[in-house]
Write a protein that binds this ligand. Structure first.
Ligand SMILES: [Zn+2]
Length: 253
């Protein structure tokens, strides 16, 4: 009885080993067949596109680096290195613009590189979803609304950024591996950032000749292709007016 029981157990054990080996053999056959088809397999790596980017693509906006990979992008609102010290962009890390403004930016980058081969445009902000405009507005709720407009556009009026037609940027020096010194950081709110006060700031010694010259490098590249500067931020350029943007494009939600 004990012997027959042992034989029965051995039988089960052998069957187990056999089935396990058969399984492995089957698996290796499968691997072989996959390997033999290796040449015909095309692996497509699809980038993960966030919901907000998907919405922008559906509205016709383009990732500017897909048009010119030499344009550098560091979206400050997708980091905590911004004036509200909060990452308000989350998944949005790429710079999107409407097609025509994006093509203008590509031209500006070319103009810059032709004159200064080691310089590149470095984008800090481009298309900005309207809900982020609300977030920025609400984060500054300690400032009265009228004064708040000095820092961020009122979301009820919308910014040209919300139409994917404005860009905030600087010039990056590939040799020194840093952006040019423009006299203030991006999103510095005050006289020192105002292009219209540059001569005054220069005379008062608050801006150096080199800092003003650096701003002119950026401004010349941008305005030579049709971008318009504004009076209060050296980093901000509009591709078209707000009225034209409103007539041509929908707000990025
Ligand atoms: Zn701006």
């Amino acid at each position: 009885m004990i012997l027959s029981h042992r034989i029965f157990l051995l039988h089960i054990l052998l069957l187990g080993v056999w089935s396990c080996q058969t399984e492995k053999a089957d698996q290796s056959k499968k691997i072989d067949s996959i390997l033999s088809k290796k040449d015909s397999v095309i692996i497509i790596e699809q980038p993960i596109i966030s919901e907000v980017e998907q919405r922008m693509i559906e509205q016709g906006l383009v990732d500017i680096q897909s048009l010119d990979s030499t344009i550098m992008v560091d979206l400050k609102y997708s980091t905590t290195d911004n004036f509200v010290k909060t990452d308000v962009y989350g998944d949005l890390t790429l710079a999107y613009m409407q097609v025509k403004p994006a093509q203008m930016l590509v031209k500006a980058n070319k103009v810059l590189q032709e004159k200064y081969p080691n310089y590149r445009l470095l984008v800090y902000d481009a298309a900005r979803p309207l809900n982020v405009q609300h977030t920025l507005w609400n984060l500054l709720d300690s400032i009265p609304p009228q004064k708040r407009e000095d820092f961020v556009a009122n979301p009820t009026i919308a910014s040209i950024h919300n139409f994917g037609s404005a860009v905030d940027l600087t010039v990056y020096d590939l040799i020194n591996k840093k952006p040019l010194d423009m006299g203030t950081i991006f999103d510095f709110f005050g006289d020192l950032a105002y292009p219209r006060l540059e001569n005054e700031m220069l005379k008062e010694g608050k801006l150096s000749e080199e800092q003003v010259a650096n701003r002119i490098v950026l401004r010349e590249a941008m305005t030579s292709v049709g971008f318009m500067q504004i009076e209060t931020e050296w980093w901000h350029f509009n591709a078209i007016s707000r009225v034209r943007a409103k007539s041509l494009y929908r707000i990025v939600e």
